[in-house]
Design a protein around this ligand. Structure first.
Ligand code: IPE
Ligand code: IPE
Ligand code: MG
Length: 264
């Protein structure tokens, strides 16, 4: 019998029949809100508002289907370049989202946290984030991480800075630093690398998302705009993922599938 690679994760009690090998960690670049709105002659903000509904649907489905880690790219470090109007609207939507979803996250045992450059976030958003991180901190069923004001390069750089300080302070030996040691300096430390990265809206790029972490992540691109992304689209991505053969650099054939190889 072919055993399942452990990066696929165990099937949980809740998992539907078709979900044989769920990704342990699913990451999503939620793109296309603006174009969704433009197509309907609506302001971009309307697309973001609709996009928040997709977030809700996706979190609910992932929780129900037993996905252990879900990481959503909500706002990039580069997105601060956008108009004040759009940035303000996005920040308000974020606060609204936290207000509306906090109790459900607690009820569903979802632990929430944000990764990214907090120093650039408005005070009120920061306060709300910290409150929800604290109130959901005991959740054990699913980790929901929102990448906010996030840049993969900045995350790597910040980790390097912290590590360099520790080296100067004599706390670590530069010659002995491993990939795991380096990973512990990351904002996102504690999250396993994503098994599957989904990007919506038909763009084929990673836009500075989780650069260090996606070394061996499976990529899935769909033309669907984020506000239209529903359960069926998520199911398609997960079905596609479970057909992939992950090799992590090892030779092909069944050995890669049977080895239970994990990323190293
Ligand atoms: C994704 O949708 C949401 C954010 C980046 C905040 P966009 O706003 O990038 O939508 P498009 O790409 O312009 O359609
Ligand atoms: C990536 O989308 C960031 C988020 C989805 C939050 P962008 O719309 O900012 O990416 P580019 O500019 O098209 O690469
Ligand atoms: Mg975009």
């Amino acid at each position: 019998m072919i055993s399942k690679p452990d990066t696929m994760g165990p099937r949980t009690r809740e998992a539907p029949d078709w979900l044989v090998r769920p990704p342990v960690h699913l990451a999503i670049i939620m793109d296309g809100n603006g174009r969704w709105a433009q197509k309907r002659h609506l302001p971009r903000v309307a697309g973001h508002r609709q996009g928040a509904q997709s977030v809700r649907r996706t979190v609910t489905a992932c929780r129900a289907w037993g996905i252990r880690y879900l990481t959503l790219y909500a706002f990039s470090w580069e997105n601060w370049k956008r108009s004040r109007l759009e940035v303000d609207a996005l920040m308000h939507l974020l606060e609204d989202y936290l207000d509306r979803e906090e109790s459900l996250m607690i009820e569903k045992s979802i632990r929430f946290r944000a990764i990214g450059d907090r120093s650039r976030l408005p005070q009120s958003v920061l306060r709300r984030l910290e409150q929800v991180e604290a109130s959901t901190g005991r959740g054990v069923a699913m980790d929901l991480t929102l990448a906010l004001s996030y840049s993969g390069r900045e995350e790597i750089l910040a980790a390097a800075r912290r590590m360099a300080s520790d080296a100067i302070a004599g706390k670590i030996d530069p010659a002995a630093i491993s990939q795991e040691d380096f990973g512990r300096y990351f904002d996102s430390s504690g999250l396993p690398p994503p098994d599957l990265l989904v990007r919506t809206s038909g763009e084929y790029r990673v836009s500075n998302f989780l650069l260090w972490q996606i070394a061996y992540t499976e990529l899935y691109f769909t033309g669907v705009y984020w506000p239209d992304f529903g359960e069926e689209d998520l199911k398609q991505a997960l079905l596609d993922f479970q057909e992939r053969q992950r090799r992590f650099g090892a030779e092909g054939g069944t050995s890669a599938v049977t080895s239970g190889a994990t990323e190293r």
